[in-house]
Design a protein around this ligand. Structure first.
Ligand SMILES: Nc1nc2c(c(=O)[nH]1)N[C@H]1C(S)=C(S)[C@@H](COP(=O)(O)O)O[C@H]1N2
Ligand SMILES: [Mo]
Length: 230
């Protein structure tokens, strides 16, 4: 066997180890503190800006399944389907032709780091909804990504005004390892709910737990309620 094959096997094993470690953390309910949110200067009035059990980081960590899907802009497509009036497939040009928004928000990862003040540029999920027209029966939104990852959120979370399909971060294109060309950002939920390399968004009547949700993570994932593990 050539070196390439061995390398793939090694990466496969490292990936299995990483996933196993995260599943173990979920089983042992690690990172659960039950602590109080610390008051932060400049925080939302009446509550701290750092959710319970979180600590602030200065640099944005990379976390994923260890697969970096290569998505050329020429081949990139985003499918929006399910319970909508107008199922849509967007190429890169059509995506950029949608209204573009800039939203600043904080990131809270279940592994307990938080990052303040990311400036996201992209298409607000409300504008996506305006384009496809979800039917009244649609109550959940399911994401599928180019690396095979999946995750699920209630429609109400998807529809929040600061939720965005982002292609820019702090004035630059989102780096491939952080989910570029386009990732989901839903600031009110733990970051595992924000699918990187998103390729399909499906509106549904029924909920469908995603990759981490079936491996011990909480189905809701609200950092203010410390919904880390299910
Ligand atoms: N497509 C995809 N999206 C993903 C993941 C993944 O493995 N694949 N991991 C999730 C998890 S567990 C986290 S914490 C964040 C990490 O995003 P970051 O690497 O940009 O910090 O992405 C989330 N979105
Ligand atoms: Mo994560």
């Amino acid at each position: 066997m050539g070196g390439g094959g061995e390398r793939i096997t090694l990466i496969g094993r490292l990936k299995e180890k990483l996933v196993a470690a995260k599943e173990r953390a979920a089983r042992e309910r690690r990172h659960l503190t039950g602590g109080e949110a610390r008051a932060e200067p400049g925080g939302v009035a009446g509550r701290g800006r750092l959710p319970p059990g979180q600590r602030l980081v200065a640099k944005w960590p990379v976390l994923d399944l260890g697969i970096l899907p290569k998505v050329d802009l020429a081949d990139w497509r985003l499918v929006i389907d399910g319970l909508v009036e107008a199922p849509t497939e967007l190429d890169w040009e059509a995506f950029l032709a949608l209204p573009q928004s800039d939203v600043t928000s904080d990131v809270h990862c279940v592994t307990s780091w938080s990052l303040f003040d990311s400036r996201w540029r992209g298409v607000a999920t409300r504008d996506v909804m305006g384009r496809v027209g979800p039917r009244p029966e649609a109550r959940f939104v399911l994401f599928r990504s180019y690396d095979g990852y999946t995750t699920n959120v209630p429609l109400a979370r998807f529809a929040e005004p600061d939720a965005v399909l982002a292609h820019g971060w702090n004035g630059r294109p989102i780096a491939p390892e952080h989910g570029g060309p386009v990732r989901v950002v839903i600031p009110s939920l733990y970051f595992w709910k924000s699918a990187k390399w998103v390729r399909r968004i499906t509106f549904a009547a029924e909920d469908e737990p995603g990759y981490w949700e079936v491996r011990g993570y909480h189905n809701n994932g609200d950092p203010w309620k410390e919904e880390r593990y299910g």
